[in-house]
Design a protein around this ligand. Structure first.
Ligand SMILES: Cc1cc2nc3c(=O)[nH]c(=O)nc-3n(C[C@H](O)[C@H](O)[C@H](O)COP(=O)(O)O)c2cc1C
Ligand code: SF4
Length: 489
């Protein structure tokens, strides 16, 4: 199996990284023209491993083109890893933070950034400590003379991983998604809560705007960069397919015999990935696989789908973060839909009313259906809420709710009817939450999710207020509405 981004043994010190591949990529980058670096990444076909599979070279070129006149851009490494079923970014960082930091320095050279921020999570203190230690070593060895490298430790919320919410947190606010994408509006001033907080200027390609863009890339995406710069695009393409070159770091969990993380060639089948990494299904029978909660369920009939962006899209699903949550025959599909729905309804920030309100209602209808026979009007209401939840949605979370829950209901058409039968047995709820850690081949889920209320408190009852209203009224400043008023509040 190729080992390109997930080192087989943890690299414990900078000198060990230097003795292996370390330093060659960044040295090459510093003697290259930015456009050549971007051309190399584009030619490699590297696609973002954070979920959307967006071409990395195109993103870098866009950020470079949108630079601001006075303020340099920032490279942000997205290490939030909030996707249920995913543990790959933390695994990569724990095994070798130097590779990721080196990749980020190369990205900074390509887009003209003078700072790198590694955005990590308070719920992963081991990762924060490991990365900080690596930064200290690299700083002492003189790696950061051109570019400052820092760590920002963000909250546990799922939305923290959404790229514009991530920028909000780095700018000192709450993880509520913005309208402007990172290539139109990056960071005002790292660590300064007030600077440009309410400005709505966007970076533009005329070089005349004040707010610089930021490059946001996932940990695994950035971990691929040094190898590509040192070995070239053709080497990168030796593994994988034309449209999905390279490797993929997958996490297998749920109903598999064991939980685990491994780097596999793109194009391996989903079934083989589950067998290799997870030892197959615990009960012997897989009825489906959820790629986190970002893409529709893949049913048992399609388990031989190659793990590539194009093949999963053809099925109407998606790669997401390579999180393969195995669903075995013991799982009740309505309970699964309810678990997904509750997670997404709770994690919605409520800036867009349908996302929060329809989301909560969908989760409630499904929850009621688990314990008491649902009526026909419940299903009508459920379908209607699933149709309207995306109205006015600012980020993809609402669409995820619509498509993932909708896909489970469609994949198991008899499940709702079985609950509707008189005397149907109540189903066991399914917990959908982030993986806190993997211990002895067992995925331990974030226990806090069970008590998290839709207002993002852990109180006994929910206040009914949306997190965006309850927690931080300054969020509206980012919407470009009454910006000056918002600053003065
Ligand atoms: C609700 C939501 C949560 C997300 N969480 C993460 C995350 O935890 N880590 C991540 O890398 N990307 C996450 N993303 C995707 C990011 O917005 C963004 O697309 C990604 O960091 C871009 O990096 P890439 O191009 O290297 O994939 C999330 C997106 C959404 C809508
Ligand atoms: S779509 Fe949902 S999660 Fe995204 S910004 Fe709107 S309310 Fe928040």
């Amino acid at each position: 199996m190729p080992r390109r981004v997930l080192d087989a043994h943890p690299v414990r010190a900078l000198e060990d990284w230097m003795a292996a591949e370390g330093g060659r990529g960044v040295a090459r980058a510093w003697e290259s023209k930015p456009d050549d670096l971007i051309a190399t990444i584009s030619a490699s076909g590297l696609r973002g491993r954070g979920g959307a599979g967006f071409p990395t070279g195109t993103k870098w070129a866009t950020v470079r083109a949108n630079h601001a006149a006075d303020l340099p851009s920032t490279v942000v490494v997205n290490g939030a890893e909030g996707e249920p079923g995913s543990y790959k970014d933390r695994s990569i960082l724990l095994a070798n933070p130097y590779r990721v930091i080196e990749g980020a320095l190369i990205a900074a050279a390509a887009v003209g950034a003078d700072q790198v921020v590694l955005a990590l999570k308070s719920s992963a203190p081991d990762v924060v400590a490991r990365v900080r230690q690596a930064i200290e070593e690299m700083g002492a060895a003189g790696w950061f003379q051109r570019v400052a490298v820092d760590v920002v430790v963000g909250p546990e919320h799922y939305l923290y991983g959404e790229e514009t919410a991530l920028l909000e947190v780095i700018d000192g606010r709450e993880p509520f998604p913005r309208i402007a994408p990172p290539w139109r509006r990056g960071l005002a001033d790292v660590g300064d809560d007030t600077a440009l907080a309410a400005r709505v200027e966007l970076a533009g390609d005329d070089g005349a705007t004040e707010v610089p863009p930021a490059l946001v890339n996932n940990v695994e995406t950035i971990a691929n960069v040094p190898g590509i710069i040192v070995n070239g695009p053709a080497w990168f393409r030796e593994v994988g397919t034309d449209e999905s070159p390279g490797t993929l770091v997958v996490t297998v969990s749920g109903g598999s015999a064991r939980a685990g993380v491994a780097e596999l060639p793109m194009g391996i089948t989903m079934r083989d990935a589950i067998d290799l990494v997870g030892g197959g299904a615990r009960t012997g029978k897989v009825v489906g696989v959820l790629p986190g909660v970002s893409s529709p369920i893949v049913t048992a009939a399609d388990l031989d789908v190659p793990l590539t962006y194009e093949d999963l899209a053809r099925l109407g699903s998606g790669m997401g973060a390579g999180a393969l949550m195995v669903i075995d025959e013991d799982v009740d599909p309505i309970a699964l839909a309810q678990g997904v729905s509750r997670f997404l309804a709770v994690e919605s920030c409520g800036q867009c009313r349908p996302c929060k309100q329809d989301g909560i209602e969908i989760a409630s209808i499904l929850e009621r259906a688990l314990s008491s026979a649902p009526a026909g009007r419940d299903r009508t209401e459920l379908d209607s809420r699933l149709a309207s939840i995306t109205v006015g949605a600012r980020c993809s979370l609402a669409t995820q709710h619509q498509t993932v829950v909708g896909s489970i209901l469609a994949a198991f058409p008899g499940a709702w009817e079985r609950h509707a039968e008189a005397g149907a047995a109540p189903a066991t709820p399914v917990q959908i939450a982030e993986i806190a850690r993997i211990d002895d081949d067992e995925a331990v889920l974030d226990a806090g999710q069970a008590t998290k209320q839709p207002d993002w408190s852990h109180h006994d009852t929910d206040s009914g207020a949306a997190p965006a209203d309850r927690i931080d009224q300054r969020a509206d400043a980012q919407m470009g509405l009454a910006a000056e008023d918002a600053v003065e509040r």
